[in-house]
Design a protein around this ligand. Structure first.
Ligand SMILES: NC(=O)c1ccc[n+]([C@@H]2O[C@H](COP(=O)([O-])OP(=O)(O)OC[C@H]3O[C@@H](n4cnc5c(N)ncnc54)[C@H](O)[C@@H]3O)[C@@H](O)[C@H]2O)c1
Ligand SMILES: CC(C)[C@H](C(=O)O)[C@@H](O)C(=O)O
Ligand SMILES: [Mg+2]
Length: 356
């Protein structure tokens, strides 16, 4: 079982090494780790944020453990050379169209959410975000507009096929959860969303046991802080899903807690090929200080073991260990505590030992 480790920039390497400590503690046989350069680090070393050898390494593995990319020293580079293009390039080149971002309240953290504790404790949702389409991957450019001013433009588009395949992922996920899909769009304004909504309704006919409702994205953002317990599976496009998942993380307590899986159609000998990363970025404001919360990366490892390597029991052990550490009051600095990355990681490791 080969895992490509692409730690990237900023806090990416800090939280990825925490996740690797947890992997090490599991003592799993037959796991090969292969490190690759990605993001700003790769640009500085190789002149490109996603060098061909890194893409080849990713393709030749069973799963990818990804940290984060983003480097302020690259801010003035042309778009194709910016670190963020590496993660977009990986998602697109590897066909990772389905991004799963679970957000659930952790017992003991309710009082740390900006929401009232009784509201925060009701959060248990899964954002199913389409990841290889939308305005992210449409044509884009700059033109000269009226008054000779510069105008930037990005085309937003979704084809029925793209919507259909992500809708199937959401309906299947809802089948093993609370049986409800909420599709988030902006169909009152966008043609993209009209096709999105019509296609989701068509796919829903194949899942009569799943309840479907539709909500405009502005209302969804409002409902997520007002009454998040109404959401089970939130099915949405690339841009809306990016924004709503960061918002969901704050409702749970911190972005340092939210993991993700990016999956496609390729199957390996052990499960579904995928890339696993915290939903947060390289956090340049705290990078190099040992302050990052490693939980999102550790929980991303759990998702990797579950989806790509078929190790449900080990994934569950990691999630339980994180839950126990948080329940004992160990808090990262993002949660108002004083546990640095190392302390939080050690707390998870010692809980892991208590779980058979
Ligand atoms: N998938 C990715 O690699 C990814 C995701 C998001 C942002 N980015 C990139 O990261 C860079 C910084 O972006 P940003 O500041 O908008 O978002 P960010 O997620 O990096 O940080 C937002 C805020 O959350 C805090 N934070 C994030 N992760 C944390 C953690 N694990 N523990 C404690 N605090 C944490 C940061 O300190 C910061 O205050 C940009 O270059 C951006 O493009 C990359
Ligand atoms: C870095 C950026 C391209 C990325 C995205 O927008 O998808 C990030 O915000 C994320 O959530 O993974
Ligand atoms: Mg994001």
């Amino acid at each position: 079982m080969k895992i490509a480790v692409l730690a990237g920039d900023g806090i990416g390497p800090e939280v990825t090494s925490a996740a690797l400590c947890v992997l090490d503690a599991l003592n799993l046989p037959d796991i090969e780790l292969a490190q690759g350069d990605v993001g700003g680090l790769a640009y500085h070393r190789h002149g490109h944020p996603l060098p061909p050898e890194t893409l080849e390494l990713a393709r030749s593995s069973d799963a990818i453990l990804f940290g984060a990319v983003g480097d302020p020293t690259c801010d003035n580079l042309a778009r194709d050379l910016r670190p963020e293009q590496a993660i977009l390039g990986l998602r697109s080149a590897l066909g990772l169209f389905a991004n799963l971002r679970p957000a659930a309240g952790w017992p003991g953290l309710e009082s740390l959410s900006p929401l009232r504790p009784e509201i925060a404790s009701g959060i248990d949702l899964l954002v199913v975000r389409e990841l290889t389409g939308d305005v992210y991957f449409g044509d884009k450019g700059e033109r000269i507009g009226e008054n000779c001013e510069r105008v930037g433009w990005d085309a937003m588009a979704y084809g029925e096929g793209e919507v259909r395949r992500i809708a199937h992922v959401a309906f299947r996920a809802a089948g093993s959860r609370r049986g409800k899909v909420t599709s988030v769009d902006k169909a009152n304004v966008l043609e993209t969303s009209r096709i999105w909504r019509e296609t989701v309704i068509e796919v829903a006919r194949e899942y009569p046991e799943i309840a479907l409702d539709h909500i405009y994205v502005d209302n969804a953002a409002m409902q997520m802080v007002r009454e998040p317990s109404q959401f089970d599976v939130v099915l949405t496009g690339n841009l809306f899903g990016d924004i709503l998942s960061d918002q969901a993380s704050a409702c749970v307590g911190s972005i340092g807690l939210l993991a993700s899986a990016s999956l496609g159609e390729r199957q390996t000998d052990y499960g579904t090929f995928g890339l696993y990363e915290p939903i947060h970025g390289s956090a340049p404001d705290i990078a190099g200080q040992g302050r990052a919360n490693p939980c999102a990366a550790i929980l991303s490892l759990a998702m990797l073991l579950r989806h790509s390597l078929g190790m449900e029991a080990e994934a569950g052990r990691i999630e339980q260990a994180v839950g126990q550490a948080l329940a004992k009051g160990v808090r990262g600095m993002d949660l108002g505590g004083n546990a640095d990355t190392e302390t939080m990681t050690k707390a998870v490791l010692s809980e892991l030992l208590t779980i058979s």
